[in-house]
Ligand binder design. Sequence first.
Ligand SMILES: NC(=O)C1=CN([C@@H]2O[C@H](COP(=O)(O)OP(=O)(O)OC[C@H]3O[C@@H](n4cnc5c(N)ncnc54)[C@H](O)[C@@H]3O)[C@@H](O)[C@H]2O)C=CC1
Ligand SMILES: O=C([O-])C1=[NH+]CCC1
Length: 213
Amino acid sequence: MPGPPVIIWEHEVERLLHYRDLIPRLEQALGKFSRRDSAELIQPVRTTVPLHRHHGFLGLMPAYMEKDGVLCAKFVCFYNREASSTLPATQATVVLLDPEYGNVKAVMDGDVITGMRTAAASAISAKLLMRPEAEVLTILGSGKQALTHYSVFTEMFSFKEAEVFAELGEVINRTKPAHREKTTVFKSLGMGVEDAVSAELVYEQWKAKASQP
Ligand SMILES: NC(=O)C1=CN([C@@H]2O[C@H](COP(=O)(O)OP(=O)(O)OC[C@H]3O[C@@H](n4cnc5c(N)ncnc54)[C@H](O)[C@@H]3O)[C@@H](O)[C@H]2O)C=CC1
Ligand SMILES: O=C([O-])C1=[NH+]CCC1
């Protein structure tokens, strides 16, 4: 019989997950997603439940990689916050399951995973699409995503300088220009497979550490 799930929380996820391991795995998984081969990867559209009273949503993001034996779901709440709010924009928990038995193998803090996998996916797209003469890293905002994007972009590439535009409220209110001539803003949708790959990696590292004498 499978045992109870392990709980792997924020500091341990931070200790176990590294961009150097995550980026190649994520790159492979995104390739599988793009081939649309359901034998490789099943990722339904994210289900969302509106939380009207709190100006947010609960999102459920499952993914199954049959050949790799990875079954995972992330629960993520995300909100439209006031500019003055000190509450987090997102809160996430990731559940890793055994696809054969259906039991939960691990429950993990999803905030570090969300921060790192989103930044890693951006860095992979920059690696493939960035103009070779690009010299300045520009980041809009100064929250968790800004920090993880700064970390991975400066780890993977060498820029002459980094600019952080943190006056988002003023840009939204149109009291400051959006520097449109300098920036191209892309929409990005987080994907369950990014969480699944990260969670599997955290679990593998956790097992390797746990089996050490
Ligand atoms: N595509 C994807 O995979 C993901 C997208 N996201 C999105 O990225 C964005 C940032 O997420 P985090 O860095 O985790 O959030 P965060 O709460 O750590 O940072 C948000 C930043 O935006 C600022 N901000 C928020 N509302 C504002 C307003 N009305 N006026 C001015 N400034 C405002 C905050 O002061 C803070 O600096 C969110 O919109 C989130 O939904 C987050 C995770 C994954
Ligand atoms: O993919 C994701 O985890 C999220 N997208 C928007 C908020 C969180």
